[in-house]
Design a protein around this ligand. Sequence first.
Ligand code: DLZ
Length: 178
Amino acid sequence: ASQSTSTSFEEKMAGLKSMETLNLSGFTKPVVILSTMWNLDVVSALVDGCRTELLRLGMPERLIVNIQVPGAFELPSAALEAAKAGPDAVAAVICIGVLIKGSTMHFEYISDAVSHGIMRVGLDTGVPTIFGVLTCLTDDQARERAGIAIGEGGPGHNHGIDWARTAGRMALLPEETA
Ligand code: DLZ
């Protein structure tokens, strides 16, 4: 019989366990959560997951800033605006959106542009800029990754939680590397 070599989601995430216990209570600079108006039900669940996790890790609520943009294509320019004051002024920018593949090439162009744009903002400004954009083939795939229950199965894992932890970890990094 052929042996499966696929790794479970839990196994893939095991190395990230240490981020569960990050302490963000000493943060003095804001974390900006940018999110899209497209696919609002899924995006709202991801933003909730992200925000709730930042608070659980001790992030002061007054330092969490939520800003909405129309679609994923607008995330890089909004991220640049949010991060342009640099890492002395902004702890992290988290870009949250959902792209669903349609019947044209739109999805491929936007996914490519958005991922490169978000990466560029992080590298150009030095502000941790998190890629919280789901690129899915179906609505159900997106819902599952936002922790929304579909059909008989229970809810999947909300990736907004991971983006909060990633932002916290990357914002704390300069203290470790100084
Ligand atoms: C136009 C468009 C389409 C078709 N699909 C999505 C999507 O699935 N997710 C998303 O965030 N935005 C979508 N957009 C809007 C574009 O991101 C952008 O807002 C417009 O092209 C205007 O620049």
